[in-house]
Design a protein around this ligand. Structure first.
Ligand code: NDP
Length: 501
């Protein structure tokens, strides 16, 4: 025997061989009673959990939130209670459309999910590297995602489906412009901003509520790839983000982001809508900085790589529904949809008690009456207090953490502010931030992404670009014409080459 630990079965019994199957004679068939072989093969079949339908490819690390400013006037959340206060956190970044084997440096929106293990429970921000999204209504979310995934018959991604959908949903124009701009391919997760994107709320000790947007600005500076640079990276490595994030943390170059909020007093939301025509809860629109300036909260730093990618990152489960006293929701329709769909995805993927898995387990005490079901790790409740109310010392509610009532009112209906709102001014403000060279890259990227799309769909989308700015539509038309010529030239060259052979 060596001083190495003894190999055991999953039930803890010592094992005499992990090399040779148990057979009848030297060449005989394997016996069913070689249970450990069966266990080993069966385990292998179960090594994967279903990958996420969206945001399947991800990279993550642990870190720290440090509060540097006092925002207790807006929120009573303990995580913000004192300047200098630190909270352990986890971040997971991801692409949206690609499967787990997809290349990292692809043009796509990036997920930017954060879990803060606060002393009053987990607070999750399940954001993106963009402040807006393609759609504003949860009815549209599964359809939108279908357009980003594989065509049922060809099993290929379909530019026609994407542009058909986008051109029929003009509220997507803002996000499409960001995606196709230089910011569409960050070089690695540390070189991009993160946004909570949705409107959430904060509430303070006096019971006042404020609408809030969360912003995380990279301290490493933005750095992005052109399409050509990204193609070169992908041809060498599909794992460039994992390599970069893991490598910088191993080397002690810890990536950091400044954490800001934008705050809107609760009663100002109606006024904002009257003044601008945009709902303060429309996920396809931002709140202009000039009206709602960024207020510093603190800094996040990622400083610890996971010990085990599967248990720490693949099994991490971020829910926008995870808020803590002092932080609340808003009527943002997409947020309301995600409050259901995210935890439901985790129940399906990793089990009913996914929040008792080590990576998701709150660092604060957990006491509830949900019983049994899959993976109830650590559910050691008082055996007599398995219902509520009870007389046997089970956990009781704490009315002091009740959030102030929301002031929602109105008639029940299916409202379509998608159809009513101005979907062009905000993309225009963004377009006007780009210099000429950036605009040319935007046009070329769009034209490239539109190859093979039927003309009637192109015309519908070009009309939207025209409404943002005639120069936007004209630029894309020119780029399409140029690419058409290049393609014709390429096929001419190919056929000449073929003829010469
Ligand atoms: P400002 O002129 O005050 O700020 C412009 C914002 O745009 C900055 O946050 C900047 O981020 C960001 N930005 C610059 N280039 C890009 C890009 N290619 N993709 C995405 N974001 C980019 O903005 P306003 O508040 O007046 O809004 C103008 C437009 O800026 C909006 O319509 C929106 O498209 C965009 N924007 C606005 C944000 C907001 O919350 N108000 C947030 C992000 C974008 P950085 O400082 O990191 O360079």
């Amino acid at each position: 025997m060596t001083d190495r630990p003894r190999l055991t079965t999953t039930a803890g019994a010592p094992l005499s061989s992990n090399q040779n199957a148990k057979t009848v004679g030297r060449n005989g068939p394997v016996l069913l009673e070689d249970y450990q072989l069966i266990e080993k093969l069966a385990h292998q079949n179960r090594e994967r959990v279903p990958e996420r339908v969206v945001h399947a490819k991800g990279w993550g690390a642990y870190g720290t939130l440090t509060v540097t400013e006092d925002i207790t006037r807006y929120s009573r959340a303990k995580v913000f209670a004192k300047i200098g206060g630190q909270t352990e956190m986890l971040a997971r970044f991801s692409t949206v459309a690609g499967e787990q084997g997809a290349a990292d440096a692809e043009r796509d929106v990036r997920g930017f999910s954060l879990k803060f293990y606060t002393e009053e429970g987990n607070w999750d921000i399940v954001g993106n590297n963009t402040p807006v999204f393609f759609v504003a209504d949860p009815y549209k979310f599964p359809d939108f995602i279908h357009t980003q995934k594989r065509h049922p018959r060809t099993n290929l991604r379909s530019a026609t489906a994407m542009w058909d959908f986008w051109s029929l949903c003009p509220e997507s124009l803002h996000q499409v412009t960001i995606l196709m701009s230089d910011r569409g391919i960050p070089v690695d997760p540390s070189r991009m901003n993160g946004y909570g994107s949705h409107t959430f709320s904060l509430w303070n000790d006096q019971g006042e509520r404020f609408w809030v947007k969360f912003h995380f600005k990279t301290k490493q500076g933005h750095k992005t790839f052109t399409n050509e640079e990204a193609e070169k990276v992908i041809s060498k490595s599909r794992e460039s983000y994992q390599e970069a994030l893991y490598g910088m943390i191993e080397e002690g170059r810890f990536p950091k982001w400044d954490f800001f909020i934008q705050v809107m007093p609760e009663l100002e939301a109606d006024e904002f809508e009257k003044k601008t025509g945009w709902s303060a809860f429309d996920l396809t629109k931002v709140w202009p900085h000039a009206d709602y300036p960024l207020i510093k909260v603190g800094e996040i730093e990622l400083n610890r790589n996971p010990e085990n990618y599967f248990t720490d990152i693949e099994q991490s489960a971020f829910n926008p529904s995870n808020v803590v006293p002092g932080i609340g929701f808003s009527p943002d329709k997409m947020l309301q949809g995600r409050l259901f769909s995210y935890p439901d995805a985790h129940r399906y993927r990793i089990g009913t008690h996914y929040e008792s898995l080590p990576v998701n387990k709150p660092r604060s005490p957990v006491n509830h009456y949900n019983r049994d079901g899959t993976t109830p790790f650590g559910l050691r409740t008082n055996p007599d207090a398995y219902y509520e109310p009870n007389s046997f010392g089970g956990p009781v509610e704490d009315p002091s953490v009740a959030e102030p009532p929301h002031r929602y009112s109105g008639e029940v209906g299916r409202y379509d502010y998608r159809g009513e709102a101005d979907h062009y001014s905000q993309p225009r403000a963004l377009f006007n931030l780009f210099d000429d060279a950036h605009k040319q890259r935007l046009f070329a990227t769009l034209a490239g992404a539109m190859q093979g799309v039927p003309q009637f769909i192109l015309d519908r989308q070009l009309a939207h670009f025209d409404k943002v700015d005639p120069a936007y539509g004209a630029g894309v038309r020119e780029a399409l014409a140029r690419q058409g010529k290049d393609d014709a030239q390429a096929s001419l060259t190919t056929s000449h080459a073929a003829a010469a052979e």
